[in-house]
Ligand binder design. Structure first.
Ligand code: MF3
Ligand code: CO
Length: 255
């Protein structure tokens, strides 16, 4: 069952998502050559608290594993779930995905973006632009009456001809009172697949795309997901409200 949010619930989702978007925006402004991801995560923690929200990642449990970081900071070939570390110091030419997922008044807002640290080569810039464009193409299919597969297929058919790897082990998801609700939203698959969307559903759409092959591996910390072939990878995510008209992106910063 995919939760359909009431008008009141959507109001709180808007607040949670605006906070997630503002924290993401402000945290991205703190990215520069020489900073380490532990300090960035501490800044994320501080920003989240400044809005009266909580990190939905910190102490998130998956089986016996507990996520130790307040944000996910994933550098270069790390595709998702990077943990802030004093040893990960950003250098000129890196790319970093900042993923901010907050809880506010019982609802979750989730968004992410990959940005450059200083100058990056055109091939890397194109990967970032294509992944962001794939996100917007996916979002444009988040309409009442469409199936989840419309979103998945929009991402896949845009990315596949470029020869990039489309990550399969992680997918987008419904989001609301929990970080991960139904439906799962793969970034690949046939158009005519998955559940039908209805107004009031809130979805985290998040293409994860690599310059190389799609396979990922999990590091011994149990979380960090890195591309197996060590290729650079990008990830853009918004929380979106399905309406009877245009899809509405909820994670829009106001700062
Ligand atoms: N934005 C991520 C997601 O959609 C946040 C999860 S981090 C976790 O899965 F550690 F909490 F899992
Ligand atoms: Co997500």
């Amino acid at each position: 069952m995919i939760p359909v949010k009431s008008v009141g619930e959507i109001g709180v989702m808007r607040e949670a998502c605006a906070i997630a978007a503002n924290v993401l925006e402000l945290l991205c402004r703190a990215v520069e050559v020489g900073v380490n991801t532990y300090d960035l995560d501490q800044e994320g923690k501080r920003l989240i608290a400044s809005y009266g929200a909580k990190s939905a990642c910190f102490q998130y449990r998956a089986g016996s594993r507990v996520f130790p970081s307040h944000t996910c900071l994933s550098v270069n070939d790390v595709i998702v779930h990077g943990i802030g570390s004093l040893n990960t110091v950003l250098k000129q030419g890196d790319i970093i995905t900042v993923d901010v997922c907050v809880e506010y008044k019982g609802f979750i807002g989730d968004n992410a973006r990959t940005i450059a640290v200083g100058e990056i080569p055109d091939t890397t810039r194109q990967l970032l632009e294509a992944t962001q464009e794939a996100l917007f193409l996916g979002i444009s299919e988040a309409r009442a009456g469409n199936r989840v597969g419309f979103i998945s297929n929009a991402v896949e058919s845009f990315i596949r001809p470029k020869g990039y790897g489309i990550v399969r082990d992680f997918v987008g998801h419904g989001v609301g009172r929990s970080m991960h609700e139904e439906p799962q939203i793969p970034n690949f698959g046939p158009r005519k697949s998955g559940a039908k969307l209805r107004a009031g559903m809130t979805l985290a759409i998040e293409p994860m795309i690599a310059l190389g092959r799609h396979q990922v591996e999990i590091l011994p910390d149990g979380w960090t997901a890195r591309m197996k072939d060590r290729s650079l990878s990008a990830h853009f995510e918004h929380t979106v409200l399905v309406t009877n008209g245009e899809p509405e992106i909820l994670t829009v910063p106001t700062v």
